[in-house]
Write a protein that binds this ligand. Sequence first.
Ligand code: NDP
Length: 369
Amino acid sequence: MDLDSLISSLLPSWTSVAMLLSFFTYLGISGSILPGRIIPGVTLSDGTRLHYRCNGMLLLLLLVLSLGAAAGIDLVSPSAIADRGLELLSTTFIFSVFVTLILYLTGRQSRNQSSSLKPHVTGNLINDWWFGIQLNPQFIGMDLKFFFVRAGMMGWLLINLSVLAKCIQEGILSRSMIFYQLFCFLYILDYFFHEEYMTSTWDIIAERLGFMLVFGDLVWIPFTFSIQGWWLLSNRVDLTMAAVIANCLVFLIGYCVFRGANKQKHDFKKNSKALIWGRPPKVIGGKLLASGYWGIARHCNYLGDLLVALSFSLPCGLSSPVPYFYPIYLLILLIWRERRDEARCAEKYKEIWAEYRKLVPWRILPYVY
Ligand code: NDP
């Protein structure tokens, strides 16, 4: 693609604006009216708790079914998103800047609020813009962080499905594309099945909502996590059966570790006597779980996630580094995040954390890191 056509593909059109706004409107309205379990979030420093309506799976199924039905009667083209990938990317980017600006202005205005939701203004424009001012900004009763990550995960699936449709239309569906699609589909479905686990993650409990998170959720997740799909549209890979089996194993092992570790912590937080691998948990200072995956490494969940990320790229073979962008990025992100989480936990749990570190010396990968 030459520079002129790249620039013209990036220019937002009214169609891409309409597609994006329809998506957010659908998520906003159906997210607040469709039934779903109401999950209390973690207790904030003033003793209050936010509540989250976990109906993402229902929203996703209804959206995919309605888009499928609309495509069936030629109302929309199944490859519309893939055809307009670049302009949707720039439209979403502009939207993220706009949303961050509103968050920044409202955050500064409400700095006198007296509660744990009190905005944190450093006075450094770049810092406040990038990391955000407010911890849990709400909009018509919805937590915006929860809303944006949901939009990002759904957007990722919609992009993938549209890329798949384009592949089928062009008669270039390959085994690689099928496995890439299958692994991502299972991972995204799993996310929505366990959506309530999101309410206790670092992003929700510790990160303020600034450009970093808005851009990360709305642009980064859907558009860069799908790079392998875009790449497979114009590159053919012939996978051997041995490669397919190895790839499936990486996905399955990664998934079990990722989901198992997150589930153990979630169950432990709800009930500190919940059995871990069929045995009573080993607990440090009544607060930290030190058995199961949490007795192997202090962030086994990151290890599982990294293996899953790798399994999304392996279907693309080893001829190019481009499809490996996501696992490499995730490796850097999770190493950085683990360091920040470690500092937070050391500060919060003090000597209990030191004891945990002694008992479980590995950060992510036993005997390596
Ligand atoms: P964690 O779910 O690991 O949460 C860390 C928190 O858990 C700590 O701050 C502490 O919080 C608590 N904790 C840590 N160790 C223990 C223990 N031994 N016992 C009890 N509680 C403990 O981190 P994240 O929120 O970062 O990640 C959640 C998932 O999301 C991970 O699987 C990660 O891989 C995934 N993720 C994926 C990303 C992607 O781009 N694909 C990006 C980021 C995350 P507390 O104060 O509550 O005790």
